[in-house]
Design a protein around this ligand. Structure first.
Ligand code: FE2
Ligand code: FE2
Length: 358
């Protein structure tokens, strides 16, 4: 059976068997010609947006999205080596939301690394989140791959500390997708200095995987699909042979290639964002996306939401998207073309035409 025809249930059931033969359902292992012993997988869950209505009442749909992702991650065979949570666990960053989210995440049977999202951060500037989940930036090594976690949702001090009369208002202003009162995300000078020192210690042939909440590329400023100091960060990553940036925040499938850096967005368990039409119109928003992408059905409420099973072979992760409409989509790096490709939609006749409505 072709891997692309596997349903989610079949993926869950058969992944172990197939992986044993070093041909995971996302078979990118073969294309990347990796030594099978070096391959590993991890799962990625992101953007749960757990939202308190009042007291112990939370938005049920967002709860269900996260509960389902956790339950299905626990069923994976082979077991992922670890799980990443990509940020925006909470909607408005309060203790009730973060506690409730943490409680649901605690059902995961795997070690979980957390990334900070703006919805987690702007109420108390990450204080309670850090109590629950630890440092906001850090690195670790796993089976020959260097992982870096960044807090990429910082912004200018003036905006953070001087603009808003209350912490709640600051949080609300940053929580809007297209709010002109928001402010561009950035990693910031201090963390960039830490990143430089961290990367200086790493052999340039070591595959690097960077985990951030915002894209670390400049996609669309109007919606903050953007990181203000992306160019500086990309420059720090340039000396490495193989770099992959995995990010949340955009709630949609995105992938791109800029030089040696492969970018993949991961999906939300809460809701999908549309692709801004202005991607196509705003040519001055550099770099342009150079890889054609397809989205699913914007009228399907769970379109492009789900979770990912990530297969790391020779440092080039392949993402297998587990969508709520039960079709598995796989995006992996093709060394022949030097960029990530969606395995189902390379044939132009199979592509879903771009939608002009949102
Ligand atoms: Fe989000
Ligand atoms: Fe976000």
């Amino acid at each position: 059976m072709s891997p692309l025809k596997l349903s989610r249930r079949q993926l869950l059931k058969s992944a172990g068997v197939v992986a044993g033969a070093a041909t995971l359902p996302m078979t990118f292992v073969k294309i990347a010609q990796a030594a099978p012993a070096e391959n590993f997988t991890f799962a990625y869950i992101s953007d749960a947006h757990i939202q308190q209505i009042k007291g112990a009442q939370f938005v049920r749909n967002w709860d269900r999205g996260l509960i389902r992702a956790v339950a299905e991650t626990n069923l994976l065979e082979p077991k992922p080596d670890f799980v990443i949570f990509g940020g925006d666990l909470a909607q408005l960053g309060n203790k009730a939301e973060l506690d409730h989210g943490a409680e649901m995440m605690s059902k995961l049977k795997h070690k979980t690394h957390y990334v900070m999202g703006e919805h987690d951060y702007y109420l108390d500037l990450g204080e309670y989140w850090s109590k629950l989940f630890g440092p906001q930036h850090y690195s670790f090594d796993h089976k020959g791959v260097h992982f870096v976690v960044l807090n990429s949702v910082l912004t200018y001090d003036d905006w953070t500390f001087k603009r808003w009369p209350t912490a709640e208002q600051r949080m609300n202003e940053m929580a809007g997708l297209d709010n002109p009162n928001g402010s561009p995300f950035m990693v910031g000078e201090k963390q960039r200095a830490w990143l430089k020192a961290d990367l200086d210690k790493v052999d340039k042939a070591t595959p690097v995987v960077v985990l951030s909440h915002s894209p670390l590329q400049k996609l669309y400023k109007g919606w903050n699909f953007w990181t203000e100091d992306a160019d500086e960060i990309q420059a720090l990553l340039k000396p490495f042979k193989t770099v992959t940036v995995l990010y949340g925040h955009v709630h949609q499938i995105q992938y791109n290639q800029i030089g040696n850096i492969t970018f993949h967005a991961v999906m939300a368990t809460a809701w999908p964002w549309p692709y801004p039409q202005t991607y196509a119109k705003a040519k001055h928003m550099m770099p342009q996306l150079t890889v054609p992408m397809n989205r699913g059905d914007p009228f399907f409420e769970r379109d492009a939401t789900g979770w990912q099973f990530i297969d790391v072979a020779t440092g080039r992760p392949t993402l297998s998207y587990n969508l709520y409409n039960n079709s598995v989509r796989t995006v992996g790096f093709n060394p022949k073309t030097g960029k990530p490709e969606d395995r189902a939609y390379q044939d132009p006749s199979k592509r879903i035409p771009p939608q002009t409505h949102f």
